[in-house]
Design a protein around this ligand. Structure first.
Ligand SMILES: [Zn+2]
Length: 86
């Protein structure tokens, strides 16, 4: 798996977490309180999974330096200077 795919998957996971948590109050009001809690729990699990995923996989392929997933992807590795973008 290359780093661009990792970043994309992380982005999808993080977005899913934000959507779940963000819409939970609305769903809770409209549908049911138990669904609100389920969405919150699911959102938090997804957030934790995305963080673990980024921490394990979102690294420089050359020196294993952890890249910051919250920031835009750097052109070069901040540790060894290897180019990460073509
Ligand atoms: Zn590196």
């Amino acid at each position: 798996m290359d780093i661009h795919q990792v970043r994309k998957i992380y982005g999808i996971m993080a977005l899913t977490a934000v959507i779940l948590v963000g819409f939970a109050p609305v769903v809770g009001m409209v549908v049911s309180r138990s669904l609100f809690i389920e969405m919150l729990i699911l959102g938090f699990i997804m957030a934790i999974l995305s963080i673990i995923f980024a921490w394990k996989k979102y690294r420089c392929p050359y020196c294993d330096e952890i890249l910051r997933a919250r920031e835009p992807m750097p052109d070069c590795c901040p540790n060894c200077g290897a180019r990460l973008r073509e």
